[in-house]
Design a protein around this ligand. Structure first.
Ligand SMILES: Cc1cc2nc3c(=O)[nH]c(=O)nc-3n(C[C@H](O)[C@H](O)[C@H](O)COP(=O)(O)O)c2cc1C
Ligand code: SF4
Length: 655
């Protein structure tokens, strides 16, 4: 069966009013932080163009602010400033070159913001502080409501002048319109508050004004939050009623959907691998039953078959594939060509996309070092084809091997273990983290297709490597657990990897020491609690698993920790460990804010602490008659993305 035949629904065109999407795969709106001084950049144009070239049916840009009072984060595009139009034109020209329509998402974030950047009070229907920003907003007066509506129309005009095929109104997870729609944030008693018809008035006024500004030949979409997941907030029944009103306006061409509130339940909007795929489908499903406008369904679509099934089963008319296309710009083209197995499937790890947004950095992807760098293509190979030997089959070694092979070098990769993956395979072996393995599975599949000579269970010692005399050697030998200073020779103080790699099986009362603030401690705690251990995590930080906050894994971990009875103790530094007579451990902890000591008596201590570079080969090969490079943890132990980026960089440097 042809690929298009296999995906009977995905690759059919669809009209959205005056615009036709060539297939059902939408690259929905997402912040990139590529803007500079409120304006779009060449980084945006190249980024969107790559997804258009990669086969997306429709592109919707990140949000553009409609009003000067709306500036919740630094790198927001100031759509209200007419100087954006040149940048808009650069984006739309780049995308239209691939015959793909592109819409701009326009928005006012309302009370889901702070006055830090704008130095103006934030505007909202009622003075209800947002749970994240905790700032009391100014309740809008009628003239300000009129100003908001006019702002949307002005920005729609800028979008039209900049060549966009239309606009989408963000009325979903972070928006003044959502604020008005939601009974949780709209406490007004005038014509904009109370019954749903009143709460929807601002939306309908904006819809009418934007349609007038756009004219009939541009598309207009409305993105609705189907379920705020908040006490007293919008539920699916009200969302369906809003969709009906939107359709009845006669001005709108499609409805997009979303779930949750960005400043309260973001972990459901950009759900990590802890949340099952298809979790948000009930929203487009219910809306689609109520309206005849095309409806977009979004949320963890990772592979084309799953997306096609959602269309086939009538849940939606289009599928939003956001992180799937951040990870692989060619997602649609590969599916269409019948090469779905070549898609670099998104891991839903949130580490370099969502996570970097929280850190005010530009958007990237853990497994795609090209994401965000589309404007700077790799230089072509300069030198001759070289024989490249890579030692280590983790993410850094695999990426180096793949990039080197793509550049035409003859690559051999040796791995001492029986499988590829390195620490990625270890990290993926715990509950709810299996998708992380896709990182190295995807790379290993590419290595196979590129005919990299992969040799498993092959120990590479310095003499053998010198004898092999490659034209270039890349060491990706990883890191090894390091013993904390306080552990001495206490036998039952072990490393997370001892547990996950099966060298130890703690039982009874276990203290997990979290000095990394990431998945290591929480994963092993979950695993051991699942096995029946009584687990407590102690950390010197203010929260356990601190960095899980930015990958949106903290909420799901806390739910599971509560369920499994995992205790969490913060602000505690380990000061010493002593063996009990029965083999157990007495731990001494200092509560650093007060300087007071406390103790724990347990059967085992499992450490999630910084590792040590495994750089023995590097030192043994000093003075080798060929160039030797190091990538990833054997250079300095960090997270997987560093290894992937360095793997690519080193392979490019080979010539
Ligand atoms: C980094 C990032 C930023 C996002 N910013 C926006 C935004 O500005 N407007 C919006 O409507 N949705 C935004 N979203 C939500 C996405 O449109 C989409 O609903 C979500 O990522 C789920 O789709 P996925 O599982 O295919 O990634 C963002 C998503 C990501 C990953
Ligand atoms: S960083 Fe992770 S979640 Fe984000 S696009 Fe890449 S693989 Fe997907």
């Amino acid at each position: 069966m042809s690929a298009v035949g296999r995906y009977q629904h995905l690759f059919t065109p669809l009209r959205l009013g005056p615009v036709t999407a060539r297939n059902r795969i939408v690259f929905c709106a997402h912040l990139t932080n590529y803007a500079q001084d409120g304006r779009p950049t060449a980084q945006h144009a190249a980024y969107y163009a790559a997804r258009a070239a990669g086969g997306a049916g429709l592109i919707i840009t990140e949000e553009h602010s409609t009003h000067i009072t709306d500036w919740p984060y630094e790198k927001l595009i100031h759509g209200f400033d007419p100087h954006v139009i040149d940048g808009y034109r650069a984006i739309t020209d780049a995308v239209h070159a691939h015959d793909v329509p592109i819409l701009a998402q326009i928005n006012h974030n309302g009370g889901q913001a702070s006055s830090m950047y704008s130095r103006l009070p934030v505007w909202a229907p009622s003075p209800v502080p947002d749970p994240l920003f905790r700032e009391v907003p100014k309740e809008l007066e009628q003239h300000e409501i009129d100003d908001v509506v006019a702002g949307y129309a002005t920005v729609a005009g800028h979008c039209r002048d900049g060549g966009f095929d239309g606009v989408e109104l963000q009325c979903s997870h972070s928006s003044i319109v959502r604020g008005f729609l939601s009974p949780a944030t709209n406490l007004r008693t005038d014509g904009y508050g109370g019954p749903l018809e009143h709460r929807a008035r601002l939306l309908l006024e904006i819809v009418a004004a934007v349609r007038e500004a756009l004219g009939p030949d541009r598309a207009l979409g409305v993105r609705i939050c189907g379920d705020e997941l908040l006490e007293g907030g919008t539920t699916i029944d009200e969302a369906v009623a809003v969709a009906r009103m939107v359709e009845a306006s006669g001005h709108v061409d499609y409805i997009n959907t979303s779930i949750g509130v960005a400043t309260a339940t973001l972990f459901m909007i950009e759900a990590s691998m802890q949340v099952p795929p298809g979790y948000a489908l009930y929203i487009p499903s219910a809306i689609r039953e109520a309206v005849s406008l095309p409806v977009v369904g979004v949320g963890r679509f990772k592979d084309p078959l799953q997306a096609d099934r959602a269309l086939r089963d009538g849940h939606c008319d289009l599928v939003g594939v956001v992180r799937g296309q951040i990870a692989d710009a060619d997602f649609a083209a590969k599916a269409r060509a019948g090469h779905a197995e070549e898609i670099r499937t998104c891991l839903s790890c949130n580490q370099e996309c969502v996570g970097r947004m929280g850190l005010n950095r530009w958007l990237g992807c853990i497994e795609n070092p090209r994401t965000g760098r589309e404007a700077q293509p790799l230089p072509p190979r300069r030198g001759p084809r070289r024989r490249v030997l890579v030692v280590g089959g983790g993410p850094g070694g695999l990426q180096a091997a793949v990039t080197a092979a793509e550049r035409g070098h003859a690559v051999t990769l040796v791995e001492r273990g029986p499988v590829l993956g390195g620490q990625v395979a270890v990290a993926a072996s715990v509950p709810s983290r299996a998708e992380f393995l896709d990182l190295t599975r995807n790379l290993a599949a590419r290595a196979r297709r590129l005919e990299v000579d992969v040799r498993l269970e092959t120990e590479a010692d310095a003499d053998a490597l010198r004898a092999a005399a490659p034209d270039a050697l890349v060491l990706a030998t990883g890191a090894v657990p390091s013993r904390p200073w306080w552990a001495g020779d206490v036998a039952r103080v072990i490393d997370v990897r001892d547990v996950l790699e099966g060298r130890a099986a703690p039982e009874g009362v276990v203290v997990v020491v979290d000095e990394l603030g990431f998945h290591q401690a929480t994963s092993v705690a979950e695993l051991l609690a699942d096995r029946g251990c009584a687990v407590e995590i102690v950390t010197p930080a203010m929260v356990v698993g601190q960095d899980l906050g930015i990958t949106l894994d903290l909420e799901t971990f806390n739910v599971k920790a509560h369920h499994l009875g995992i205790a969490q103790s913060t602000d505690l530094v380990v000061m010493g460990a002593a063996a009990r007579e029965d083999g157990g451990v007495e731990l001494t902890l200092q509560h650093h804010p007060t300087g007071t000591d406390q103790g724990r008596s347990c059967d085992w201590v499992v450490c999630a602490v910084q590792q040590r570079a495994d750089d023995a080969l590097w030192h043994a090969l000093r003075g080798a008659p060929f160039p030797v490079h190091r990538v990833g943890d054997c250079l300095a132990p960090r997270r997987a993305h560093a290894a992937v980026v360095e793997g690519e960089r080193v392979a490019v440097c080979l010539g």
